[in-house]
Design a protein around this ligand. Structure first.
Ligand code: ATP
Ligand code: ZN
Length: 297
């Protein structure tokens, strides 16, 4: 009998994390059959089922083993853990930081106010969707304030007189600025993470290992570049030293040219224009930087 086990992953149905989550699965070679309007979608070529839910529900989906893994903002995970103080939620493991959905949870005040440090919050009214994290911050600083919980549009609270201060997610700060607010103190740095229920079966663990190998490969390939260039033989060591994050480049002879060689290398770090200029300054020419599609050890 063939093994029928399938791994289930919870992802955001529609929001800031959706495109990147689906893109990661796609780059990992996983083909999904149905449109993302439905709650549930089976992969055609891999034992994985994708559940599309609200991001706020993802930690609970994984904690209750409806799904064994999930993609969610670290902010959402932390908030649910603080609010519920439930064993299942607290045992969730973070497998990998995924490098998208980057933002921070910050206090912001009307632009004209003068922030005097955490003490400023004492006795104030704070509007937020992150009651757990705000209360945790207040407790740690021995402060008392009234928390006004709002589900969205937190940034308008001071203007309407509902609150003096807000605590909200910020990425560029443009939303705050357009509402006459300024960011004054950041309390949590976030990005999306892959989470796991620790109590999975051996069969599920086997599928997860395969998936993780692919995801790691995608992440590595994304941050790596293949670089090719020509180097004067007498500048070889100098040029090798300037290649970012590459261990042992390949050195090849160039037909008909005696004083130069070709260098091919995988660079584990970004290759910037400054890097190219530095290589040129050391004598390199014909520099080509190529994206890498797939990578394994
Ligand atoms: P849902 O309908 O699933 O409940 P939502 O409106 O609560 O969606 P989104 O606004 O899509 O959630 O944000 C999802 C996640 O994206 C956040 O929890 C956070 O991790 C991340 N994120 C990144 N940048 C920002 C930002 N500037 N503002 C809000 N969230 C951000
Ligand atoms: Zn949400």
């Amino acid at each position: 009998m063939t093994n029928q086990t399938r791994l289930k992953i919870a992802t955001q149905k529609s929001g800031r994390l959706t495109d990147n989550s689906l893109d990661l699965l796609k780059k990992s070679g996983i083909k999904l059959t149905r449109s993302k309007d439905q709650l549930f979608c089976k992969a055609r070529n891999f034992p994985l089922d994708v559940f599309f839910v609200r991001d706020d529900d993802i930690p609970a989906f994984v904690a209750t083993d409806v799904c064994q893994i999930g993609v969610v903002g670290a902010n959402t995970l932390k908030e649910k853990q603080l609010l519920d103080n439930d064993d299942g939620l607290n045992q969730l493991e973070t497998l990998l930081e995924l490098g998208f959905g980057e933002c921070r949870l910050s206090f912001a005040v009307p632009a004209a106010d003068e922030w005097t440090g955490p003490q400023f919050l004492d006795g104030k009214r704070i509007a937020t969707s992150y009651k757990g994290m705000v209360q945790d911050y207040l407790d740690q600083h021995n402060l008392k304030a009234k928390i006004v919980t709002m589900e969205g549009a937190v940034e308008v609270a001071p203007r309407t007189g509902m609150a003096d201060v807000i605590c909200d997610l910020v990425s560029t700060g443009a939303t705050l600025a357009s509402n006459g607010m300024k960011e004054v103190e950041s309390i949590f740095e976030s990005q999306s993470v892959l989470i796991q229920n620790p109590n999975i079966t051996d069969d599920e663990a086997e599928i997860l290992d395969r998936l993780m190998m692919r995801i790691r490969g995608v992440k590595r390939a994304e941050s790596s570049k293949y670089i090719m260039l020509h180097a004067p033989k007498d500048a070889l060591e100098d040029i090798k030293a300037a290649l970012p994050g590459s261990e042992s480049p390949t050195v090849l002879n160039l037909q008909g040219i005696d004083d130069k060689v070709a260098i091919h290398a995988v660079c584990d770090e970004a290759v910037f224009w400054e890097t190219m200029e530095e290589l040129q300054a050391r004598g390199a020419s014909s520099i080509l930087v190529l994206p890498i599609e797939k990578m394994s050890d």
